[in-house]
Design a protein around this ligand. Structure first.
Ligand code: ADP
Length: 162
């Protein structure tokens, strides 16, 4: 059984993240999405909101489970029997940081392999930051975040701006 974890802050989940989850769900028997509680970036959405958004948009994938995670990623993986960490790569700018993290995780847990999936071309420019900026200015965010969460993201970020 090939089990993977896909970590991120998902603040909020974007179509780019969802595309990686969909492809990972085809590659692995089980995918655990790990929503980071203590992201180094200060999150805009609460952990409960971020987990709820990811659960709502991944419900259609039978082998995807969503959890929050507060500790070390390799511990989260080990507890679930996962031997793969999935990461999405958008651009060269993602690479240096991801390379460092992958080497660190390899040191911490040599049995876990990090696997990189390249972002689909149409999503390479997308980030949670861009989705939030668009929402704050009431732009059409349906090309940035999954449609199931569009109204909630818009409402929450418009409130923040007031
Ligand atoms: P962000 O970098 O947008 O704040 P996260 O920290 O939640 O996002 O990222 C989680 C993972 O998803 C990382 O591996 C990141 O490289 C990947 N990722 C983020 N946005 C995209 C995208 N548009 N397409 C593919 N992968 C992405």
């Amino acid at each position: 059984m090939k089990i993977a974890v896909y970590p991120g802050s998902f603040d909020p989940i974007t179509l780019g993240h969802l595309n990686i989850i969909k492809r990972a769900s085809r590659l692995f028997d089980k995918v655990y999405v790990c929503v980071a509680v203590n992201s180094s970036k200060k999150p805009h959405f609460s952990i409960a909101e971020r987990v709820d958004f990811v659960r709502r948009v991944t419900g259609k994938y039978g082998n995807v489970e969503v959890d929050s995670c507060g500790g070390l990623l390799v511990d989260f993986a080990r507890e679930r029997g996962a031997t793969f960490i999935v990461k999405g790569l958008r651009a060269v700018s993602d690479f240096e940081m991801e390379f460092q993290i992958a080497l660190l995780n390899k040191k911490l847990s040599p049995e876990i392999e990090t696997v990189f999936l390249t972002a689909e071309e149409k999503y390479t420019y997308l980030s949670s930051t861009i989705a939030r900026e668009m929402a704050m200015y009431r732009a059409d965010i349906s090309k940035a975040v999954p449609r199931e969460i569009v109204p909630d993201v818009l409402e929450r970020l418009a409130l923040d701006k007031e």
